[in-house]
Design a protein around this ligand. Structure first.
Ligand code: ATP
Length: 479
């Protein structure tokens, strides 16, 4: 892990963004709990996604499907047979890696070292290997011939590449028999597909229309060492947009544009985002691109935009025997809609925002750590601080705080030096600190301190609500 990521992980724990799960028992691999600040950040991002995807489009509606689904769903979707990762073990460190990712990182390194021709050649081989009948063997051959070393131990002592199914299995009911086997969903998308026609009918929608869902997904990730980047239990924000066959390319481009804008609106600069075209789109897709962010660990996927054709609906039609077609009056034709999907990881978006926000600065000779969140996603919008704990200042400060809490999340703090209280709020990413001091008692004004510029200005206490809402809502459009 890079040192910057280490510092972010430590701040997350210290300030209550994210804790390792069940930590008093030593933690549980690749599973994390969100603390008081993390939960607010997550709620804000989820809410912004919902507004941008559902409320901004009158033909997109929401759904909240169960995590457990009929086992045939996963047969139909291809997950039982094909939701595999090609894994390879470093015999020295006993660490396990995704073979295709090892090769991708190797290609990235070749480019960084100014060897574009060789990088292109390995890239071509990777594409061919991912399409090969014996994919594990083909990937293994590249690792061997390129002499790719293990990132952690530096060793070159690999096992064969093996396929590993990533779905968690459990049993429904009292008896653990083959019939009772069910899965924890590895993606939220299938809940949307199986409900697509009930939703369409209930909401009186016509193609093109979309269904959005935010919820937990579970994958038995073997390579899970990068904090909340790769978890075994995580949250997805997915939307499936059902379109007429032939129009999928236009909708694919449209949603790509909207989704890119959304990330910018969360305060992520364009220069730290890029598109990544899939070398081998999943078995169901006719086009697929990822939005990648430049994490401290390198460029990595945050969201995938996929043109999934009619694969899923056609398979569910075949496996369930239920018709998954729409009838078009004007042409008197029936067809299975095509699907354009946007699939973002909520936790990965959070990690991106944490990485983007984290800064260390020197202020007046002292070091400060600031989380420079866009105000719209910041967990706490304003802190209210009486300069001293005694007398009338806390009374006035509490009143201001109560007024603010009706509209947003705030933090009241009267303990410790004001400088220390400011630092704590910088680490929480709170955009505004409102301080009640001696002058407040005389003329009813307070100071408002800007987290980023550190500028302080005096405003009437009665204007604090207006001031805070201006700052919070100045964060740009929801899309
Ligand atoms: P990766 O290649 O990084 O494993 P993926 O291509 O398997 O990702 P998708 O199946 O397209 O991912 O899932 C959509 C989104 O869900 C991803 O862009 C990512 O943000 C998120 N996601 C997927 N797996 C995980 C995970 N194990 N932990 C956290 N988020 C995840």
């Amino acid at each position: 892990m890079s040192t910057q990521l280490d510092r972010i992980v430590s701040l997350c724990k210290r300030r209550g963004f994210i804790f390792p799960s069940s930590e008093i028992y030593g933690g549980l691999g690749a599973t994390y709990d969100y603390g008081p600040l993390g939960v607010e950040l997550k709620r804000n991002v989820r809410e912004r996604w919902w507004r941008a995807v559902v409320y901004a489009h009158d033909n997109v509606v929401g759904l909240d499907a169960a995590i457990f689904m009929h086992p045939k769903v996963w047969k139909a979707s291809g997950h039982v047979d094909a939701f595999h990762d090609p894994l390879v073990d470093d015999k020295v460190s006993k660490r396990r890696y995704k073979a295709d990712q090892l090769i991708e990182h190797h290609i990235e390194k070749l480019r960084q070292r100014g060897k574009p021709a060789r990088a292109d050649a390995v890239q071509c081989r990777l594409v061919a290997a991912l399409h090969a009948d014996d994919m594990p063997k083909a990937l293994h051959a590249i690792i061997m011939e390129e002499q790719i070393r293990a990132p952690d131990s530096g060793a070159f002592d690999w096992t064969e590449v093996r396929q590993f199914n990533m779905m968690f299995e459990t049993h429904a009911g009292a008896v653990a028999s083959g019939d009772s086997r069910i899965y924890l969903r590895p993606e939220t998308a299938q809940g949307i597909f199986v409900n697509a026609f009930s939703v369409r009918d209930a909401a009186r929608l016509q193609v093109p229309f979309g269904i959005a869902q935010v919820g937990k997904a579970f994958r038995n990730e073997i390579v899970a060492r990068q904090f909340i980047f790769r978890m075994r239990e995580f949250e997805q924000m997915e939307m499936q947009f059902f379109v007429k066959p032939g129009s999928q390319q236009t909708w694919y481009e449209t949603w790509k544009k909207w989704r890119w804008q959304w990330h910018l609106g969360n305060g992520v600069p364009e220069k730290r985002l890029r598109w990544h075209v899939h070398e081998k789109p999943a078995h169901y897709a006719d086009a697929a691109e990822d939005i990648q962010y430049r994490f401290p660990i390198g460029w990595r996927e945050v969201e995938g935009i996929h043109s999934r054709t009619d694969f899923d609906l056609a398979r569910h039609q075949e496996y369930s025997g239920k018709k998954m077609q729409v009838y078009e009056q004007s042409t008197k034709e029936s067809y299975i809609p095509y699907v354009v999907e946007t699939s973002a990881g909520l936790d990965r978006t959070i990690l991106m925002l944490l990485c983007e926000a984290y800064r260390e600065e020197e202020v007046g000779g002292a070091r400060r750590v600031v989380m420079g969140f866009a105000p719209a996603v910041a967990p706490i919008k304003a802190a209210v601080l009486p300069l001293i704990r005694r007398g009338d200042m806390p009374v006035i400060a509490r009143k201001i705080n109560e007024g603010l809490r009706a509209t947003c999340n705030t933090f009241y703090d009267e303990r410790g030096s004001v400088g220390r209280r400011y630092r704590r709020m910088d680490e929480a990413g709170t955009p505004i600190c409102v301080t009640v001091d001696g002058q407040t008692l005389e003329d009813g004004t307070v100071t408002v301190r800007d987290r980023d510029t550190l500028l302080q200005e005096r405003i009437p206490a009665d204007n604090v609500l207006l001031y805070v809402s201006r700052v919070v809502n100045a964060a740009g459009p929801a899309l």
